[in-house]
Design a protein around this ligand. Sequence first.
Ligand SMILES: Cc1cc2nc3c(=O)[nH]c(=O)nc-3n(C[C@H](O)[C@H](O)[C@H](O)COP(=O)(O)OP(=O)(O)OC[C@H]3O[C@@H](n4cnc5c(N)ncnc54)[C@H](O)[C@@H]3O)c2cc1C
Length: 539
Amino acid sequence: MSETNIDVLVVGAGPVGLATGLFLGRHGVRALVAERHPGTTIYPRATGLAVRTREILREAGLAESVAAAGSAMASTGGKLIVDTLAGTDLATAKRIWPRQSEQAVTVEHSPTADVSGICPQDRLEPILLDAARAAGARVQFETELAGFDGGVATLRSPGGEQVVHPRYVVAADGAASGLRESLGIGTIGPGPLGGAVLSVLFEADLANLIRGHEFVVCEIGTPAAPGLLLAINNSDRWVFNISYDPDTASPADYPEQRCAELIRTAIGRPGLDVRVLARNPWVPSAFSAEAMRKDMVFLAGDAAHVMPPLGAYGLNTGIADAHNIAWKLAAVINGMAGPGLLDSYEQERLPVARFTVEQAMLCQRNPRLHWDLAGSMAEREQLGMADPQVVSAGYRYRSRAVAESHRELASLSDFAANVDGSPGGRVPHVRLARRGERLSTLDLCGRDFVLLGGASAHRWADAAAEAGRRLGMRVQAYQIGRGCPLVDLDGNWRQAAGISAEGAVLVRPDGFVAWRSTGRSPIPEQTLHDTLRTILDRS
Ligand SMILES: Cc1cc2nc3c(=O)[nH]c(=O)nc-3n(C[C@H](O)[C@H](O)[C@H](O)COP(=O)(O)OP(=O)(O)OC[C@H]3O[C@@H](n4cnc5c(N)ncnc54)[C@H](O)[C@@H]3O)c2cc1C
């Protein structure tokens, strides 16, 4: 039996475990990612990538590969409602188009606002896997966490058992997280929401039938085979969701043959060639973990929060967890920060998890309001339903890793009102040009702490370099505006960040504002030095 000391063990190579391995690698930490299955998922599951997820993937250089992987679905949208697919005139069938609100994120607010947000999970995971490995992560399939005791992990694989002594563990082991349970971390929330679903992944050539009438989801009403048909490539790959009562039925009641029959009935083509590829039973649930950390173990993704699918928040919230924990673990492991920085993970992500679960529940209870954002602003406001983009990227952190933040959202519907340069929020996106190259303020962030100042913020820029030198870390400083190498294309950086020409914001490696000074200070070096020391637990 081999014994190894490692910095970080990530349990689970779903999207969140793979993303954690990738982001750690980008910060110079080579994690071991252990996954019990022989490969990445075969189930499409999540398909919708929220604006913040797209920004994070862009930062990791994956924007193009992810967009290409989802391109078959990128131009389609909306929900179709039919009796059977072939028995309905699809041109006149009822169709609900998602209607964005007027305050939705546009290219003024995010560099990925106009990028497709569609990529099925079975296509996304191999991209994350390749990127994680390229960044240095060691991803081991057929490797199960068989025991975890006193900080020592036992991994079991076909080659035998391996004893691992990690400094830190990220539990990305999914909704039924064994680590969460073994650590005695309970859950809060309704749990199972009633009913159960069998997701049947199948192949059938429906391209001719639906050409010109593509959809994301089709609600099939025929009493003989009701269900939800999800388009995976709008051609020959589909998922049919069959709901059943778990008190009176089980997945065993739906063998392949019966699933194929139900699919033919739902489509309305008795002779259709249907090839069932896999069946995945699941129970719509909603909960968040009571805690996202115990000692050296950090919960991320579905291990920490599970929500019903409407809203498409599950995977997206998990990717943001991974992005948050990765730079903090790396900062501590690389000696840039003290262990106190890690307290901020739960302080920041647990409120986001709870808020997001609540929002997903509101979508679940009010599907009409979920689809029709533009036509239901007042009703949504009354129920406390936030715009999905506010849920994805408009929240504010309040923790020891943010100076003077205010958690309260300025608006549930107006993304820009929340992302205004205030500490705790995602740094505002402003379009820039540098020597002929177009970029976003977000492109300046992602590795180190970064100071972004106005055109006259020389003293803050010098102070950032000096504070970094004194603390033995890199703090990049950029001035934006007239006469600077970074040209503010729309002339709105100061307004977007809420600063004067002499002011600045300090942005963390995850793109969130840690601190802001609206103008100049008599003691800029000391101010930045003290701020960084506090945030990084260097006192
Ligand atoms: C039908 C369906 C549709 C969905 N649609 C959407 C959507 O549109 N948008 C969205 O954002 N989300 C959606 N979700 C949710 C999304 O799929 C999950 O949120 C996402 O997969 C969570 O990722 P994860 O990595 O945290 O967990 P998982 O994907 O569950 O991965 C956990 C991994 O840990 C492994 N593991 C567990 N225990 C061990 C162990 N002891 N040792 C080693 N490995 C272990 C498992 O094998 C698994 O691979 C959907 C979910 C379902 C079921």
